[in-house]
Design a protein. Structure first.
Length: 64
């Protein structure tokens, strides 16, 4: 997303709000997304399937 004005008025070109929230950007918007069960960012250990499976189970448990 960007507004073609560059400088501080433009957002990171070529990224989305979703991608920015993965980097910790837009914290207030992200908090509202979590509060309203839209999505959440969950850290998963790289190349570790058991950790991914456990995180999915935890998320599903929280939603039920």
């Amino acid at each position: 997303m960007e507004d073609n004005k560059e400088g501080f008025t433009a957002n990171y070109h070529g990224t989305t709000i979703f991608a920015q929230s993965l980097s910790g950007m837009c914290p207030t918007l992200y908090e509202k997304c979590v509060e309203n069960d839209l999505y959440r960012v969950v850290s998963v250990k790289k190349n570790y399937l058991a950790d991914f499976e456990e995180k999915i189970k935890e998320c599903l448990k929280e939603l039920s």
